[in-house]
Design a protein around this ligand. Structure first.
Ligand SMILES: Cc1cc2nc3c(=O)[nH]c(=O)nc-3n(C[C@H](O)[C@H](O)[C@H](O)COP(=O)(O)OP(=O)(O)OC[C@H]3O[C@@H](n4cnc5c(N)ncnc54)[C@H](O)[C@@H]3O)c2cc1C
Length: 378
């Protein structure tokens, strides 16, 4: 091994940063890491404002994973607190825990009805299971059907319409399947064994991840600016959008975007927790209050209202891939094009055109690195 081989990593989110670190550290490659933005950490970017509150620029980010390997890797670069995310939805003016669970049931209905519904739920489903809302809607029993309709109408339908800009029946099942009803009293949003907020913040965590003598970082640099040198790299790892890489020659992959509007207040707290969902009211889907994540104490607070909107190139950012058969086929056609360049590897949520959590983005980079390990070592 020698540090003579040069590779290019495009994008300095978790996927690109992980790949850069593994290449620099484990196979001694020289890495040029670029990002077109002026900051690190991709969509997980955070910064401290003038009041010492850590703002997540692209919306709340909570780290959670089932993977010990991913947790151990990221924990080399930061400590985590033991924050456990608990979200409520504002339903008819009441804060109801989501995912909807047996605690939510008690808050929404009078005790006798809640008792009856809970008994029937436990007769029908095993304790602890998660039932996708649309499967729950298939229940024939009158009481359970009533409950399913309630959850669908009050928590699921309008939120999904706002989020995706289409009614739930027109939204891909892969998305709707992610919205569960939970047959337990566990009110946490995530149930992964490892979760928390990096005490240093995400940006500093990524900065430490890429702090290595073999890594050269160039922010504010688009791939277009180094494309002419592409042949000088033994591999290119590209975590930008695959359709953009190919100059949209087969068409454009659809994405959903969001507008995040910040508001500052001269009082300590705005709401009861970090995230409150507004399924039916207003045009925003959620309000985030960032100071909860690191328990930052100050007389001010900052909230962010999250407005889903259509992705429009040049106007806003790609947030969520919009799953559909046609989008899947288009993505596949782009990966077929990529076959012609064995030294070119796509990764990350944009390169793979998949919704990834941060841990998935790290795990994907690890998996790709493992797959190529032999080749990289030779
Ligand atoms: C609103 C919202 C909330 C989220 N909340 C959570 C959460 O709570 N927990 C969680 O685990 N995950 C969350 N995620 C997902 C998380 O943001 C992603 O998993 C993570 O950002 C994926 O990392 P990545 O490296 O694949 O992509 P990105 O972070 O998007 O990084 C890709 C980078 O590539 C750069 N790039 C693209 N094209 C080019 C180019 N041509 N030239 C140079 N650079 C380029 C971009 O500027 C970007 O910085 C959330 C996402 C959103 C949208």
């Amino acid at each position: 091994m020698s540090a003579s081989k040069r590779v290019l990593v495009v994008g300095c989110g978790f996927a690109g940063a992980t790949m850069a670190r593994l290449l620099a550290e484990q196979v001694d490659y020289r890495v040029l890491l670029i990002d077109r933005r002026s900051h690190l950490a991709g969509n997980a970017y955070d910064y401290r404002d003038q009041n010492g509150i850590t703002i997540h620029k692209y919306g709340s980010h909570i780290f959670h994973t089932k993977s010990r390997r991913v947790w151990q890797f990221i924990s080399r670069f930061t400590n985590f607190n033991t924050y456990q995310h608990r979200v409520v939805a504002m339903v008819d003016g009441i804060e109801v825990p989501v995912p909807f669970n047996l605690e939510s049931l008690r808050l929404c209905f009078p005790p006798t009805l809640a008792d009856r519904l809970e008994r029937q739920l436990l007769e029908r489903f095993d304790y602890g299971v998660q039932v996708p809302v649309l499967d729950f809607m298939q229940c024939q029993d009158t009481d359970l059907r009533f409950l399913a309709q309630f959850v669908h109408d009050k928590i699921f339908r309008d939120y999904t319409s706002k989020q995706w800009g289409t009614p739930p029946e027109k939204t891909d099942a892969a998305v709707t399947a992610r919205v569960p009803v939970r047959i337990s009293r566990d009110s946490r949003y995530f149930t992964d064994p490892y979760q928390g907020i990096p005490s240093l913040g995400y940006t500093e965590t990524v900065r430490r991840m890429i702090e290595h003598p073999n890594i050269e970082l160039r922010l504010g640099t688009d791939y277009a600016e180094v494309r002419s040198e592409a042949n000088s790299f033994s591999h290119i790892f590209y975590s930008g959008s695959i359709d953009e890489y190919f100059n949209y020659q087969l068409g454009e992959l659809p994405y959903r975007s969001e507008r995040i509007e910040l508001e500052e207040y001269a009082f300590p707290y705005y709401q009861s927790r970090a995230v409150v969902n507004f399924p039916s009211d207003y045009d925003f889907t959620r309000i985030h209050e960032y100071k909860y994540y690191l328990n930052e104490q100050c007389p001010y607070t900052v909230i962010a209202k999250e407005y889903p909107e259509a992705f429009c190139r040049g106007k806003n950012e790609r947030f969520y891939p919009i799953a559909s058969e046609s989008a899947g086929a288009l993505y596949k056609a782009y990966t077929d094009l990529a076959q012609a360049s064995p030294q070119l590897h796509f990764l990350g949520r944009l390169g793979d055109y998949r919704y990834y959590n941060m841990d998935d983005a790290i795990a994907r980079a690890m998996q790709l690195f493992d797959e190529l390990n032999h080749e990289l070592m030779s």
